[in-house]
Design a protein around this ligand. Structure first.
Ligand SMILES: [Fe+2]
Length: 488
């Protein structure tokens, strides 16, 4: 078929779907590196759309959309480095900065926590981050890098009672959104290899995030999943960040486990030095290791609460902590945060935390305290971990599957831990008529903010395993301005 005829056919399919209310079965597009020209919403998952009045309506249909034929959005401004061969002796001794880690919290468009490890930490030496918008290859840092930041040992060495766990950290602010930054870490007069990352967008930019949880055991599988993430980022540079849903390690107070996790984390980087910053969630296996968690990742709201709002363009990512009281201050904060987002137009809200309210394996966790708030403010999607299984619930509203107001919960952690049988998948919220499922499968989740061919913003959720994506759901933005207690 000629290209013109193919494009006409694709447009025709897209228009046809606007006027039909049919359901399509799951399809699998086998090559994640090829942006799909025609994407289908899978299973019977609902498609949330703005209704004619202030209330939300759901078409209950699976609308095929034609992507990439008319790109409404700016793309991620990723500037890959040119190939560069470092001098033979560059980084050849054991004093160099290593075990890189980048962390995002509240403002990924302008801030990043840059940290690294050292085999031999000397508190009397100076430590710096040199930063540039252009590739410098670590040469003459004082002359060519535009910015220089002092770094300090975060306190991890002291809390671990061992200098080998020293964590050099610089909290960098004032960055430009949607910008590729190159940096080197300098400790003990030794320069790291040049690494780079892209700041989050602050405007109408299409971007993607990786998501997943539970990497605490089985290091081989953990590295396999990290390499799969690197492969996904290599294939699609619009991935900019990674939400970790908690249970990084089996015992959060065990610094050796963190040391191993951090070593393995390096396998999620690209060979060319690209790092995807991590957005951390506190898991139950981190309990007892609050101090180590804080010294490694930072503590955006102080008091080791480890919950925060991460704002990325028109996506509000609410990271909650299921390991402290889910009532009281945290619930009040959640409610006021959702209220503050209510009037944002063309906006998406995703909540994430560790222990599930709607589990496929265990009993419901105290995170059930938040589900009414999610329903009241009609969040788009909720990320859960902890169960060691792959699941998607039906859209849940008032303890029933509800295509009109239901919230879908996905999870539950597959970044390394051995997967469990989802034996509670016979529960009502795994009703297959609503697209729900639960299975034993290591996986990585993908969140994408983009526009369809008609210029409508959408949030797309997908799951990746066996080098393919599965279970796609497209969510439209919601008009929440009229939402309130009446929805409950
Ligand atoms: Fe857990």
């Amino acid at each position: 078929m000629k290209l013109n005829n193919l494009l006409k056919l694709l447009y025709f399919i897209a228009f046809l779907n606007l006027f039909t209310k049919s359901y399509s079965k799951s399809v699998m597009i086998s090559n994640p590196s090829r942006p799909n020209l025609v994407s289908s919403i899978l299973d019977d998952s609902p498609q949330a759309t703005e209704g004619n009045n202030s209330k939300l309506s759901l078409k209950g249909e699976n609308v095929s959309t034609v992507q990439n034929l008319r790109e409404e959005r700016i793309t991620v401004n990723y500037k890959p480095p040119a190939n560069y061969e470092y001098p033979v002796n560059y980084n050849s001794n054991d004093e160099i900065p290593k075990r890189h880690l980048l962390v995002w919290h509240e403002n990924p468009a302008s801030e990043v926590v840059v940290s690294w490890g050292l085999d031999h930490y000397d508190p009397n030496h100076e430590h710096f981050v040199y930063l540039s918008e252009n590739q410098q290859n670590g040469i003459e840092p004082d002359l060519n890098y535009e910015k220089k930041y002092a770094a300090h040992e975060s306190g991890l060495a002291e809390s671990c009672h061992n200098r080998k766990h020293a964590n050099m950290m610089a909290i960098i602010k004032g960055l430009k959104p949607n910008t590729t930054y190159y940096y080197i870490a300098v400790s003990n007069g030794q320069k790291s290899r040049e690494m780079h990352f892209v700041t989050a967008p602050a405007d109408k930019t299409a971007f993607k995030l990786l998501s997943g949880g539970d990497s605490r055991t089985d290091r081989n599988q953990r590295v396999t999943m990290n390499k799969m993430m690197a492969s996904m980022v290599s294939d699609d540079p619009s991935y900019i960040g990674f939400i970790h849903g908690g249970d990084f390690v089996s015992k959060g107070s065990n610094c050796d486990l963190w040391f191993n996790w951090r070593n393995d984390h390096q396998s999620s980087f690209l060979d060319n030095g690209r790092i995807i910053p991590l957005i951390p969630t506190f898991g139950n296996h981190e309990k007892g290791g609050e101090e180590q968690f804080e010294k490694l990742f930072g503590n955006p709201l102080d008091s080791r609460r480890f919950y925060f709002l991460s704002s990325i363009a028109n996506l509000s990512l609410i990271i909650l902590n299921s390991e402290i009281s889910t009532e009281g201050d945290q619930k009040t904060w959640l409610q006021s945060t959702l209220e503050s987002l209510k009037n944002k137009k063309k906006h998406f809200i995703v909540a994430g935390y560790h222990r599930p309210a709607w589990p496929a394996v265990k009993l419901p966790a105290p995170s059930t305290a938040w589900t009414k708030s999610f329903e009241q403010y009609q969040v788009n999607l909720v990320l859960e971990s902890d169960g060691h299984t792959l699941k998607q619930t039906c859209p849940i509203y008032r303890n029933k599957c509800d295509r009109s107001y239901g919230i879908i919960y996905v999870g539950e952690g597959g970044l390394g831990v051995r997967q469990r049988l989802p034996w509670r998948a016979t529960r009502w919220y795994f009703n297959r008529k609503f697209g729900a499922y639960a299975l034993s499968q290591h996986h990585i989740q993908s969140l994408s903010i983009s526009s369809d061919v008609f210029g409508n913003d959408k949030l797309t959720y997908e799951v990746y395993y066996d080098q393919s994506f599965h279970h796609r759901i497209d969510f439209a933005s919601k008009d929440r301005s009229a939402l309130g207690k009446e929805i409950l």
